[in-house]
Design a protein around this ligand. Structure first.
Ligand code: KIV
Ligand code: ZN
Length: 513
């Protein structure tokens, strides 16, 4: 069976999704999990786009060993040089340069002639090759480009030293037959095409990203680009887990395999959803909450008689466990630490102690702690960032009655270390909390979106709140978890504000050095 390489772009194209803003430790956590998942290449970010992205890409390149780490760059020397400074630490430094090739993009966006675009592409690849052994070149909006122009420019960038050629369907417009035909055309018309790896990159605007990627593979693509849970610009990218599982389950038809460790799919999907604050739709293929739920009586009856009646993928394949209850209120630090190690966490003693305190506080309220609860507690410790002073929730109290006006009293410690208290009303408890917090923080806040979900099952499940707001005009998403959804909401609100404060501080630090 031919092996297809998986290029994950969760941390670059995925992170471009509206409302997602991951900090460096969150990106690193996801990168480590992607490595466990077995992706061949991971795109860790766009180093020249911001100081934050630069630092995250550098840290990931320094940490990840068994996947190739790449970063995105425009076809300009300064982007390429900055990317080298971040990516040179990788075991096999890899750069991803893109340049638009469709008439629409060349005319309206780049304002360049096709000849100029060829020249810029060739120069940028030659420059990148001075540093990088591996250079992927992407023809942005390839699908809407003139096929003969693609043949010409691809031939030239291969001669300039590109090692991978990527042909994206940037706007998600292709049908499987058409996208496959483009790969076939390039395979048959670019003389040196067999010297390079050929890659597919599909967006999901018409819901065909996974089907299009598979059509590309059937027509000569050696690599597919995808994101966890299909997150990404607009309607997202091809969902990595769907692609890998589809190729595996239907290997009788496709005859291709990937290096994905299926057992890590569920954990990776949950981690990405938790840290990005992007919920997974319940009926999403492979990783949705209902993907293995059999609801109708006839289906349940069939399943009881023989699982193969209605089950084509087993939950075990993707590492879905029954979320066992693992620890209780009497479990000690030793048992807690062992469980953390068993779940794959490698925390310092100080972090284990803090996580243990959080576990004890939860165990006092909840009889038994499940694996999902532990993942949340331990991941939260793992991603604790530096000690930049930010807002900290000290207490929140809400008075609610269906015949009275909801009132919240909140106290917070501000970044200057002062304890502040306020109270305010709202048309509901959450609004009362938001109104109070708005009075407590310096700056202008505008709430855009708010969501609460439960972690795991049961009436005592942890509540997770995700808050999307603008703070001083900049959009930010915060999240937090608590046993009470009102406390989780207050913390998530402050988390969104704190992320902006840390971003601002990093920005002014970057300017001053
Ligand atoms: O969709 C796209 O064209 C991209 C490129 C930057 C590869 O994401
Ligand atoms: Zn893309």
């Amino acid at each position: 069976m031919q092996k297809i390489d998986v290029f994950d772009t969760t941390l670059r194209d995925g992170e471009q999704s509206a409302g997602i803003n991951l900090n460096t430790s969150e990106k690193l956590e996801i990168a480590k999990q992607l490595e466990k998942l077995g992706v061949d290449v991971m795109e860790a970010g766009f180093p020249a786009s911001s100081q934050g992205d630069f630092e995250a890409v550098k840290k990931i390149a320094q940490t990840v060993q068994s996947s190739i780490v790449t970063g995105l760059a425009r076809a300009v020397k300064s982007d390429i040089d900055t990317s080298w400074d971040a990516l040179k630490y990788g075991a096999e430094p890899h750069l991803h340069i893109f340049l638009a090739t469709s008439p629409i993009h060349m005319t309206h966006k780049l304002k360049k002639t096709p000849d100029q675009v060829v020249e810029i592409a060739v120069e940028s690849v030659k420059h990148a090759k001075k540093h990088f052994p591996l250079v992927q070149w992407s023809a942005e909006d390839a699908f809407r480009s003139d096929p003969d122009f693609l043949v010409r420019i691809v031939e030239k960038v291969i001669q300039a030293g590109a090692t991978t050629i990527n042909l994206p369907d940037t706007v998600g417009y292709a049908t499987p037959a058409e996208y496959g035909a483009m790969f076939n055309y390039l395979k048959n018309n670019v003389k040196s095409i067999d010297k390079v790896k050929l890659s597919a990159h599909c967006h999901n605007d018409l819901g065909m990203a996974v089907a299009n990627s598979i059509a590309a593979i059937q027509n000569g693509a050696d690599q597919v680009e995808a994101t966890i849970n299909g997150i990404g610009e607009r309607a997202g990218n091809a969902a990595l887990e769907e692609l890998a599982v589809a190729l595996h389950i239907r290997k009788d038809v496709y005859q291709y395999e990937t290096g994905i460790h299926f057992q890590e799919i569920k954990r990776t999907s949950q981690l990405v959803s938790q840290l990005t604050g992007m919920a997974i739709q319940a009926n999403k293929a492979v990783v949705g909450k209902n993907a293995f739920a059999h609801e109708s009586g006839i289906h349940q009856d069939g399943m009881l008689k023989d699982r193969s009646t209605y089950e084509i993928i087993t939950p075990e394949l993707i590492g879905e466990t029954s979320n066992q209850l693992v620890l209780g209120k009497h479990s000690g630090r030793h048992a807690f630490k062992n469980k953390a190690v068993e779940l794959g966490f490698d925390l310092t003693d100080e972090k284990i102690n803090d996580a243990f305190k959080a576990f004890k506080a939860l165990a006092d309220k909840k009889k038994q702690i499940s694996e999902d609860d532990l993942y949340v507690i331990l991941t939260d410790q793992q991603i604790q960032e530096d000690d930049t002073p930010v807002y900290e929730l000290k207490s929140v109290q809400v008075q609610y009655g269906n015949g009275s006006i909801p009132t919240a009293s909140v106290s917070v410690k501000n970044p200057e270390g002062e304890l502040l208290q306020e109270a305010s009303t709202g048309s509901g408890s959450v609004e009362a909390i938001c109104n109070t917090l708005e009075r407590l923080v310096k700056g202008k806040v505008h709430l855009l979106d708010y969501r609460v979900t439960s972690i795991g099952k049961g009436r005592d499940a942890l509540g997770e709140a995700v808050v999307n707001l603008t703070y001083n005009g900049k959009s930010s998403t915060g999240r937090d978890v608590a046993q009470d959804v009102l406390e989780a909401s207050a913390k998530a609100y402050l988390n969104a504000i704190n992320r902006q404060i840390v971003n601002e501080r990093n920005r002014s630090f970057a300017k001053s050095v």
